[in-house]
Design a protein around this ligand. Structure first.
Ligand code: FES
Ligand SMILES: [Fe+2]
Length: 385
């Protein structure tokens, strides 16, 4: 956020604290519980959300130099993302055109990729360099059997891929700024290209991927569920909400925001007392802290809408003078809160959704980020409920 916006959001929050209010959605929103476990719904989500939308793949530091690559399964699509020799970020489907083995594993730096199964090799541009048995594949048109290309982009220090192979005549470009709308300036201001990876943690809780995202989209639960951990740091059930297309920005008030009241209005520094949470549609949550940035991504479990894969990454400024121990401590507080308080309760909720006793859940007007998230999903899926 730019300073002017920080001041506006900070003052909005002070008003809410005084009036014991919070930003409100226009109306309550009811969602069928089946949205959290139905296989047909999950299949449509996969197409409309995890094939049609650009998916955040981490910060540019993951692909620092030419030849660097990462591999990931994105909602069932094996993705290979590369910084090619010319410095451009490119993405491919990570399957060999012979019989489908992955041509790369994990992450690293390479000049070419050699399939582990029968040794076919591909260059950093995805071109098939050759087969290992010339007779068996005589006449095979090498140029037509390169790795399948996926649209990808590097923007504001962030990597995105659209996990849907490019068809003939389609562009490999993604216009991220158009998609991010008003938040493009916020993300540019974070200077994410200056950050380096500090830690990555992955878990596979027994919950639908949307429950994992829901966890971050309201502060209503903080005084209740987190009363033994982080509750003292926050003003519960108090936040501002702004939407930009399907994306959302929730800003919570830290309890310390009260300190700025002693400062004349023009000189107030609100930022250290704000806790912004960006929800990047569809499956990413970005939390910019003062000395690090935290990302959460949730992916639907393969073939099972009742499971998901969640990743938390922490990035730190390249020039930080904070110790590794500082970041390790930060990581452990977050993991304790989310993995030991939020997700265990979420797993019980998932059982509740599936038991058949209730038809719907209700997101209150005091939970505008949740309302916006689920309304945006409904719009993207082209559904009325
Ligand atoms: S599957 Fe890759 S070379 Fe055979
Ligand atoms: Fe929580």
């Amino acid at each position: 956020m730019e300073r002017q916006q920080e001041v506006a959001v900070g003052e909005r929050l002070l008003g809410h604290i005084d009036g014991r209010t919070t930003d409100l959605a226009g109306a309550m929103f009811r969602n069928p519980v089946s949205a959290y476990f139905d296989h047909d719904r999950a299949a449509v989500e996969r197409e409309r959300l995890f094939r049609d939308q650009p998916i955040f793949m981490g910060l540019a530091a993951r692909l620092a130099k030419p030849g660097d690559y990462v591999t990931e399964d994105v909602a069932g699509m094996p993705v290979l993302m590369i910084r090619s020799a010319d410095g451009q970020v490119k993405a491919f489907v990570n399957i060999c055109r012979h019989r489908g083995a992955p041509v790369a594993r994990g992450c690293g730096n390479a000049r070419a990729f050699t399939c582990p199964y029968h040794g076919w090799s591909y260059d950093l541009g995805g071109k098939l360099l050759g087969t290992t048995d010339k007779t068996g594949f005589a006449g095979l048109h090498l140029a037509a059997h390169g790795l399948l290309r996926l649209p990808a982009v590097e923007r504001h220090g962030m990597l995105f891929v659209r996990p849907n192979p490019v068809q003939q005549g389609e562009t490999v470009e993604i216009d991220i700024d158009a998609g991010l709308g008003a938040f493009a300036a916020d993300l540019a201001a974070l200077r994410l290209e200056t950050y380096r990876l500090a830690s990555t943690d992955r878990v596979s809780p027994r919950i639908n991927w949307k429950v994992a995202i829901d966890t971050f989209l309201e502060s209503y639960h903080i005084p209740y569920l987190h009363h033994k951990t982080v509750a003292p740091f926050f003003v519960g059930n108090c936040g501002t909400f702004d939407g930009a297309g399907p994306h959302g920005r929730l800003c919570l008030a830290l309890a310390s925001l009260a300190e700025v009241r002693g400062v004349p209005e023009g000189a107030r520094e609100h930022r250290p007392h704000l806790f912004p949470i960006y929800q990047l549609f569809p499956n990413t949550v970005l939390i910019p802290h003062f000395d690090h940035i935290q990302f959460w991504r949730a992916f639907p479990g393969r073939g099972d809408p009742s499971r998901c894969d969640v990743e938390m990454t922490i990035y730190k400024p390249a020039d930080t003078d904070r110790s590794d121990a500082h970041y390790a401590e930060n990581r452990s507080i977050v993991l304790r809160t989310v993995m030991e308080e939020d997700f265990p309760l979420s797993e019980r909720m998932q059982i509740g959704f599936e038991c058949g006793a209730t038809d719907e859940v209700i997101y209150g007007r005091n939970e505008p980020a949740l309302v916006h998230f689920h309304a945006s999903i409904r719009t993207a899926l082209g559904r009325s409920a």
